[in-house]
Design a protein around this ligand. Structure first.
Ligand SMILES: NC(=O)c1ccc[n+]([C@@H]2O[C@H](COP(=O)([O-])OP(=O)(O)OC[C@H]3O[C@@H](n4cnc5c(N)ncnc54)[C@H](OP(=O)(O)O)[C@@H]3O)[C@@H](O)[C@H]2O)c1
Length: 274
């Protein structure tokens, strides 16, 4: 069995690659610049999901694919079906669940389109739908360094999920019989953003304040750097989760065989303060 791992140097994809190699699977790691991929096992291939001319060599002889959502995946999905791919594990998003009737151009629509692209060509798909990643903490790095994290919705709650847990679930799915399913993956606990900042401060052993800022001003600032549809999605999400505990599922434990890692564990093992 040969598994194509897209985004093989991404936070999730790198752990998927490592987990498959550890299981003895023939892994073909893909990236837009394969020279940047690790060379310590399996093979490497150039794949740009926005460039159909790169699909043929990447998919030749591949049974299964771990796939990131980028751009419009319809052409890649058709190529994968044509190449005989029997199972795709897609890094989708919880947003698809939260917005069953997604706003065009938003995060949910982007991921729902990718799920439809694969299912539309008949490739059995495990669409992993994780909530907010623990690694999103990196977006606060400047504030953490300065000792003040500015938040438009400090009481918005998520279930921060460790990227390694998503990868463990992906590896288990890639090693099992192909099925079509959409598991909702979460971390083990609901935490508000302010609570996350509190745990960061505890981890660092120094004060880090979670400071509430005006949502309109924060939105205006974000819109300078982030596409409008994504800004709209994030603000809809934060407003909807403001003061509302986020639901926790047991899918990580059930599928990976180990409890979901806590945010504290992620901070201790993965948080990069440099
Ligand atoms: N952050 C969250 O809270 C959250 C929640 C739910 C779902 N998600 C999903 O998870 C994704 C982020 O996962 P992550 O943190 O593991 O990502 P990451 O570390 O930022 O890595 C992204 C990977 O995507 C690959 N990539 C980007 N454009 C590509 C293209 N055109 N063709 C081929 N590969 C391409 C990159 O590969 P190269 O640079 O090597 O080409 C890179 O390895 C999000 O985009 C979203 O779909 C995120």
């Amino acid at each position: 069995m040969t598994v194509l791992v897209t985004g093989a140097r991404g936070a999730v994809g790198s752990s998927v690659r490592a987990g498959l190699l550890a299981a003895g699977v023939d892994v073909r790691a893909a990236g837009r610049d394969p020279g940047k991929l690790p060379a310590d096992g399996g093979s490497r291939v150039a794949l740009d999901l926005d460039d159909p001319s790169s699909y043929g060599p990447a998919l030749d002889g591949v049974d299964r694919v771990f796939l990131y959502v980028t751009g419009d995946l319809r052409a890649f999905a058709a190529a994968a079906a044509g190449a005989g791919v029997r199972h795709a594990v897609l890094l989708s998003s919880e947003s698809v669940l939260l917005e069953p009737d997604p706003e065009p151009g938003g995060i949910a629509a982007h991921h729902a389109d990718a799920e439809h692209a694969l299912r539309g060509v008949g490739v059995p798909t495990t669409a992993l739908r994780p909530g907010a990643f623990a690694g999103n903490t990196g977006q606060w790095s400047r504030g953490i360094a300065a000792g003040v994290v500015e938040l438009p919705f400090p009481e918005a709650a998520t279930t921060p999920i460790d990227e390694r847990d998503i990868a463990d679930v992906a590896v288990a799915a890639l090693l099992a019989d192909p099925v079509d399913e959409s598991p909702h993956l979460t971390g083990p606990e609901s935490l508000t953003m302010a609570e996350q900042v509190g745990l960061i401060a505890e981890h660092l052993g120094r004060p880090v304040e979670a400071r509430k800022v005006d949502p309109d001003a924060a939105r205006e600032q974000m819109a300078r750097f982030v596409p409008a549809g994504i800004v709209d999605s994030l603000f809809r999400y934060w407003r909807a989760t403001d003061g509302v505990p986020a639901p926790v599922t047991d899918e990580v434990e059930h599928r990976s065989g180990h409890p979901a890692r806590t945010y504290r564990t992620w901070l201790a093992e993965c948080f990069d303060t440099n």
